[in-house]
Write a protein that binds this ligand. Structure first.
Ligand code: ZN
Ligand code: ZN
Length: 220
């Protein structure tokens, strides 16, 4: 994301970062998380901390802890953070897409085949594994996306421009996290077409999955 001038104001939740660190998010959500993490130092640091803790918990659970393994475990916690899954924004190739997204789609904007969905809004569904779906949305400046509710979780990451809805304003790098309780009408700000990466899931599956993912971590 070149030309980012404003700071990121809307971040990922701890739950999402924990599940991402555990490698258990559906692919579509992982893509959104990895893309945000590549742009956001704050969330990258949190994700790395969860990766370190999660690794220690798994080791502790799979074997009785001898003094040696305890030492190894503690050493691991002290060890430098593992390399981020996503490449730092500064290292990204030229283009608008941050590198996790560029790698995923195999190119930049020019690689996207948009399909009109009405009122000038276009979308491109990205191929992902089951459990959640990901799409790119292109919303002309000043245009509204139809009012909608959510059957499950929806993550929307702004790549270019900005949108507003009933809750707040979301600019480049910001993530909006919406769920069943949210009904909203996102409107692209005037002056710049808005491009977003959005992921949604099947509600029951995700609701059931999150507690299972988080259990080992909460048991610490
Ligand atoms: Zn963040
Ligand atoms: Zn929505």
């Amino acid at each position: 994301m070149k030309n980012r001038t404003s700071p990121i104001n809307h971040h990922l939740s701890d739950q999402l970062l924990m599940a991402y660190a555990a490698g258990s998010l559906p692919e579509a959500f992982s893509l959104v998380v990895a893309t945000h993490v590549s742009l956001c130092d704050e969330c990258r640091a949190r994700a790395e901390a969860y990766e370190a803790v999660g690794g220690a918990v798994l080791e502790a659970e799979t074997a009785p802890m001898s003094d040696a393994s305890l030492e190894a475990c503690l050493a691991r916690l002290d060890a430098p953070a593992p390399a981020p899954k996503a490449v730092n924004g500064k290292a990204q190739p030229r283009g608008m897409f941050p590198s996790p997204l560029a790698q995923y789609v195999g190119g930049d904007l020019e690689a996207i085949r948009w399909k009109p969905i009405g009122m000038g809004v276009r979308q491109a569904i990205l191929p992902t594994s089951k459990g959640a779906s990901a799409r790119l949305l292109y919303i002309p400046a000043g245009q509204a996306v139809p009012d909608h509710g959510h059957r499950g979780l929806e993550l929307t990451l702004v790549l270019q421009g900005a949108f507003r809805d009933d809750k707040d304003r979301f600019g480049p790098g910001d993530v909006e996290i919406a769920d069943e309780a949210d009904q909203h009408t996102p409107v692209a700000e005037a002056g710049c077409d808005c491009i977003c990466l959005a992921a949604t899931d099947a509600p029951l599956r995700f609701r059931g999955m999150m507690p299972r993912l988080l259990q080992p971590i909460f048991r610490i």
